[in-house]
Design a protein around this ligand. Structure first.
Ligand code: N2P
Length: 413
């Protein structure tokens, strides 16, 4: 482990050792903090299974057998609540409601805008979350920081639904801590009306000041509120890797972003499709593939069948991401969390999620339930030619501090 990671780990261990009442007040986004059921206060470290059985009245983690619901579909052995922390606008909430209704488990749901926000929340001592959805590089980083629990695949038989090419990712070999959720790419969402005959094909529309100024004046420009994305795509535009850690390259990227920033209307990665793209509050946005496709699907002109929004991966390339569902190291409801992961991997549920979010699914068995127009959309399932230009994020090591510093400067100027 590198020195900065030891520092983070030490900080984390100090924070998770704080009393549960403090930790229960860390909910984000103005939403209620996830709380433990009253009769089961959050134990502090070490985990419940290694504590001496001092208080028989306090329910401990359900046993393996008890976690499996009976054939009548009762929720025998499952916890009363499960705290789920996901990206904004990244699930069909009906799937959550169905789970609650079917198993009697109340889902406490909260959302975040970026991997870095998720990490910051956990490192600030939020021990109440059971299930989280980090991307590839963040899974690797969280494993190294001890933030994820190992899961028992005997409890997740629906892994059989996952395509073979997704089963052994480099960021979590053998998927010991997570299961795959959805994947996508980053690119440009643009208004077809505004761009007309000359659709964008390069990050230059966002990173060259005179170009972004033009689109700012034509109706507004949004970029994702995500440091890896904004810095990474600038690096890509400059011909470097999205994972570059060379300080001079990062300074070049920063200079580029600072020059274009005055023309950026908003940094929004949470509800930009719904609040900016669909109502035409902007004409151009850095966007994740599914969000762009969602906006496109919601702006189809009934008369022409044409949508207002289109999506393109710029010719310089961009991020590709594999998002995952993982169990936190601090969970006290691991069996329920695994049960929920397994539920998300049921073919119909995975399909319902993709049919709602418009992100690509690694779930092979779900394909037959996914809408044809989604399966055939090259913005959602890119061609092999586009795939070659996409690059997965990697953990940045010590360069994380430089990225943080650059991001703070960008956001504060
Ligand atoms: C959906 C969030 C997509 C997750 N709004 C990007 N990794």
């Amino acid at each position: 482990m590198k020195s900065y990671q030891w520092m983070l780990l030490a900080l984390l261990l100090t924070l998770v050792a704080l009393p549960a009442c403090g930790a229960a007040t860390t909910g984000g986004g103005g939403q209620p903090a996830p709380t433990e059921p009253k009769e089961a206060p959050t134990p502090t470290e070490p985990p419940a299974e290694s504590l001496p059985p001092t208080e028989p009245a306090v329910p401990t983690e359900p046993t393996e057998e008890a976690a499996v619901p009976s054939e009548e579909g009762t929720a025998a052995g499952l916890d009363k609540e499960l705290s789920v922390y996901n990206w904004a606008d990244y699930i069909d909430e009906q799937v959550l409601k169905d789970y609650e209704a079917e198993y009697g488990v109340k889902i406490i749901y909260d959302t975040y805008a970026s991997n870095e926000d998720l990490l910051a929340k956990l490192q600030a001592g939020a021990t109440g979350y059971d299930v989280i959805f980090p991307s590839d590089y963040m899974v690797a980083q969280m494993i190294e920081l001890g933030l994820l629990a190992e899961i028992d695949h005997n409890h997740i038989p629906n892994m059989k639904n996952i395509g073979a090419q997704f089963l052994d990712p480099p960021f979590d070999p053998g998927y010991k801590h997570c299961v795959p959720y959805q994947w996508g790419a980053t690119g440009l969402a643009y208004s077809k009306k505004a761009f007309g005959d000359t659709p964008p094909d390069s990050w230059a529309v966002l990173y060259e000041p005179e170009q972004v100024q033009k689109w700012a004046e034509a109706g507004g420009v949004n970029i994702l509120n995500d440091q890896r994305e904004v810095i990474g795509e600038a690096l890509k535009y400059l011909g470097y890797s999205v994972n570059d850690t060379d300080e001079s390259h990062l300074q070049e990227a920063k200079a580029l972003i600072l020059k274009t920033k005055p023309y950026i209307k908003s940094f929004n990665s949470e509800d930009y499709d719904e609040s900016l793209l669909v109502p035409g509050e902007v004409v151009l946005s850095m966007a994740w593939s599914g969000d762009a496709a969602q906006a496109a699907s919601k702006t189809i002109d009934e008369a022409t069948g044409e949508s207002d929004w289109a999506f393109v991966v710029p010719k310089e390339g961009a991020f590709i991401f594999q998002d995952n569902v993982c169990v936190t190291a601090t969970t006290q409801r691991k069996a329920t969390a695994e049960h929920f992961l397994n539920y998300l991997l049921e073919a119909e549920n995975a399909a319902a999620i993709t049919n709602y979010t418009y992100y690509a699914s690694p779930n092979e068995a779900a394909r037959e339930f996914i809408n044809e127009d989604i399966l055939n959309d090259p913005g959602i399932y890119p061609s092999s030619e586009i795939m070659e230009k996409l690059e997965y994020g990697q953990p940045l090591g010590e360069a994380i501090f430089l990225y943080d510093q650059i991001w703070t400067e960008i956001k504060s100027q």
